[in-house]
Design a protein around this ligand. Structure first.
Ligand code: ADP
Ligand code: MG
Length: 396
């Protein structure tokens, strides 16, 4: 994928507007998970070393176009200063005189954080006037927020059209890995798709069956497939209205020579609760009052066998109700197998999705995956094969 990269930019002494994603979780006014701040460090440090004036732009929360004191990025400044080990300046507006004065006062190599872009209604409507006002503050634009790339907002695509625009280091890493995983992968490719509902991942599965060699469907959404195939699902989460969709995906898989791996055994319980008594059963033995909460050991073994044929594994969605142990078992075992094989150099593995990433982190498997996307929605839209406007704006 050809796009403009930070290393191609002449940033020394330049005012560089960097779009980051500092939409971090907070607890009592303190950043409770700094993953997204850390993701921006390589870009900020590179700019610092090369003597640029780094001006950070980000959204934070959903203030709906007006100033909300509780959604000020000022709350993030301290945590960022600590991570960077340097003072981070702050301006309480991302446009206008306040921002301009703060920028005029910057020395080369310094870092300035501007206030929440979403305090302006023009951010989400991609208002050209707002984009012009932001662009006027800098010489160069760097987008390092892949997780915001699926939205055409003033601070993602609007500015990119007005200034020389480059991908930051985190964006570059995302794009290079996503290209290796699905854009131009080594075959055979195995996709593991799980999660709660078929309805949220139809477009994704339709795209995948035409691109990958093996598709494993797990989690609550597999119940809809089982139901569509005439299997009993008891009181399980199951979108019965989507049975025709599931059948269409099955036939598209066949047409495209994509091997479809559905559960062959399941773990059932009587209640949606942690540590509730459970049982491993075959597909025909699910009782009327049973709830399928995880994939069974035969299913996991079949998935691991599929991994042993793969050169590329791409994963979104847990295989069971991961929040309720022991129904995180299939996900954890498959993740462990995937991590081990990645470490042994058998294939490259890329995973993404909010719940998927937290499950992989919790199991300890994440660190051995080739790449873990920090994006939720953008990762899913990319898996759907959609063009992401924030990325399109960086293409050569
Ligand atoms: P991601 O955020 O990684 O894209 P999803 O949001 O699609 O993943 O799915 C995660 C959710 O799916 C989890 O909350 C998990 O509990 C739920 N889930 C998975 N399997 C089941 C199941 N068998 N029954 C009910 N919920 C399930
Ligand atoms: Mg989710």
């Amino acid at each position: 994928m050809a796009f403009r990269r930070l290393e191609d930019a002449d940033v020394s002494g330049a005012r560089v507007l960097v779009r980051v994603d500092f939409n971090v979780p907070m607890k009592d006014g303190i950043v409770s998970d700094g993953t997204r701040l850390k993701a921006a460090l390589p870009t900020i440090n590179a700019l610092h070393k090369r003597g640029a004036k780094t001006i950070l732009l980000s959204h934070f929360g959903r203030p709906k176009g007006k100033r909300e004191p509780g959604m000020s990025l000022g709350a993030v400044m301290q945590a960022l200063s600590v991570l960077l080990d340097t003072k981070v300046h702050f301006a309480d507006n991302c446009i206008g005189d306040r921002a301009r004065f703060a920028i005029d006062a910057m020395k080369d190599g310094e870092v300035l954080l501007l206030e929440n872009t979403r305090f302006h209604p023009g951010e989400e409507s991609n208002d050209p006037a707002l984009a012009r006002q932001m662009a006027a503050l800098g010489d160069i634009f760097v987008n390092d927020a892949f997780s915001a790339a699926h939205r055409a907002h003033a601070s993602t695509t609007g500015i990119a059209a007005l200034l020389p625009a480059f991908a930051g280091k985190a964006m570059e890493r995302e794009l290079d890995h996503l290209e290796k995983a699905l854009g131009n992968p080594q075959h055979p490719v195995l996709a593991v798709i799980g999660g709660a509902k078929v309805s949220t991942k139809i477009a994704l599965m339709e795209n995948l069956v035409s691109k990958v060699d093996m598709l494993c469907v797990g989690g609550g959404m597999a119940n809809t497939f089982l139901h569509a195939l005439g299997k009993p699902v008891g009181t399980s989460l199951c979108e019965k209205d989507y049975a025709p969709t599931a059948l269409a995906i099955i036939s598209a898989a066949t047409k495209n020579d994509c091997a479809l791996l559905l559960p062959s055994d399941v773990v059932v319980a009587k209640a949606f609760a942690a540590n509730t008594p459970s049982q491993i059963v075959g597909l025909d033995a699910v009782a009327d009052d049973d709830m399928i909460l995880d994939a069974g050991p035969k299913t996991v073994a079949a998935l691991i066998a599929a991994m042993d044929h793969a050169k590329t594994v791409i994963w979104n969605g847990p295989l069971g109700a991961i929040e309720l142990p022991p129904f995180d078992r299939a996900t954890n075992e498959a993740a462990k197998a995937c991590a081990e094989r990645t470490r042994a150099g058998k294939f490259i593995s890329v995973a993404g999705g909010g719940d998927t990433v937290s499950a992989l982190n919790k199991s300890g498997a994440a660190q051995d995956f080739t790449f873990i996307s920090t994006a939720g929605g953008a990762f899913l839209e990319w898996m759907e094969g959609k063009a992401l406007p924030g990325v399109e704006a960086l293409k050569i």
